[in-house]
Design a protein around this ligand. Sequence first.
Ligand code: BES
Ligand code: MN
Ligand code: ZN
Length: 497
Amino acid sequence: MQISCTAKPVIECAADSLVVFVPEYEKLTDGLLKSLNEATGGTVGTLLEAGEFCGKREEIASVMHPSGYNVDRVILVGLGTKKQVDSDTYRRAAGAASRCRGLTLSESAIFHLPKNAGEGFYQAVIEGYLLGSYKLLEFKTGDDKIDKNKLTRITFATDDKRVLGKVEKAVNRGVIIAEGQMSVRTLAATPGNYLTPSVLAQTAQKLARQHKLKCHVLDEKAIERERMGALLAVAKGSAEPPRFVVLEYNGGRRGEKPVVLVGKGITFDSGGISLKPGLNMHEMKGDMTGAAVVLTVIVTAARLRLPLNLVSLLPACENLPSGTATRPGDIVTSRKGLTIEIINTDAEGRLILADALDYADRFKPQVVIDIATLTGASLYILGYSGAPVLGNNPALLERIKKASESTGEKTWPLPIWDDHREQMKSGVADLVNSGGRPAGTIAASAFLENFVGGWPWAHIDIAYVDFEPKGRPYIPKGPTGIGVRLLTEVLSSWKKM
Ligand code: BES
Ligand code: MN
Ligand code: ZN
């Protein structure tokens, strides 16, 4: 995909399609719309008057051959009521447009946003377009492997020369972030037989070389030397050895404390001896989404040259039942020394995160944020609409909530109370890994909290929101890749904590 920006008037630009973003009930007084109405012999106005195209959210209409313009068609894309237009409105509109016939038949397109659109909206449009047109073709063969979408060139046309530089930067940022999010989708969709813990680690090493990150991979021996008993307890049932990936990006001052990100990397979660039901178990190939997110975010931070020090930790293994698997009732010793009674082998994510959070302490972190497909219970809190966030520091939770608003990746805070901490205490060991059904998402966080050092910490539970069951404007059915936009935004405006 070739993406560029220009301050040339639209009428001087040549392309197969011209995509125009239109607020609801826009009058034909807007310069470009008025001109296009004339160029189409009044057709644009007729569409508006007849109510065939009103500019409602994600509404789309095309008109062929506007005279005087060097384009085959104009594609009108609705934004909804002006009062509610935010960056996600643009992201959705561009996502909807990305799959419309007129555009997929085009090889080149000009995108035009309304006059007052800030650069954040340009970023959102390219994100929405790329994310909306995302397809995983890797595992197809023959004809099905060929992308039917012909579009390879997008030009953003602005009416104002003075903002061209800003628009270019915003579009470039959007491309980098969307590419990151798409790579998370691809990793999440890649099945357990392709993406083993070792392959995930190799992927991280390859990306680290490309983007000049430090990368260190602990193999099974090294993980044993670290005494990561909780991670090893999960890995035990599988023939695939675990890996623990450490990535470092130093964009900040020397000696400045890093932000540490931790991502759950279960390459397949069968539940282990506490086996999951068969229905939709295949979707548990996506249980490494958290790890893919923190891998991608550190790469994205490097690509955007963010001025901070960052560490990403990816504990990775597979959760399978076998003769060597951990049993319910087993007691294991975590790296920190706390003993854990395994009540349910399907509560494996918190075990591998426990050792990773404890390991994070060696970096003397400014803050630690972990992200994980941790609890099915989170579906009953915010549904598919957003991710619960928990932690020990209101200011950090507030930063995450703020980033939600500008990225459209919604999150909302939940508390951790002493009752929940009680729920995770064991009669025979220090902790249980499952405290039963009540407040499942909070209980899991209360467990993790035991492994947090004296630093601000936040935990983002992306179970279920990691996977879109139906398809939305810029989120096709399948893995969503949620978390990249959110965390990149949190880090982009980072102030020392
Ligand atoms: N990976 C699952 C959580 C999950 C469920 C993610 C559905 C995405 C969609 C996690 O390892 C798990 O199995 N959690 C259990 C914990 C329980 C046994 C305490 C759960 O939520 O049921
Ligand atoms: Mn599980
Ligand atoms: Zn899991």
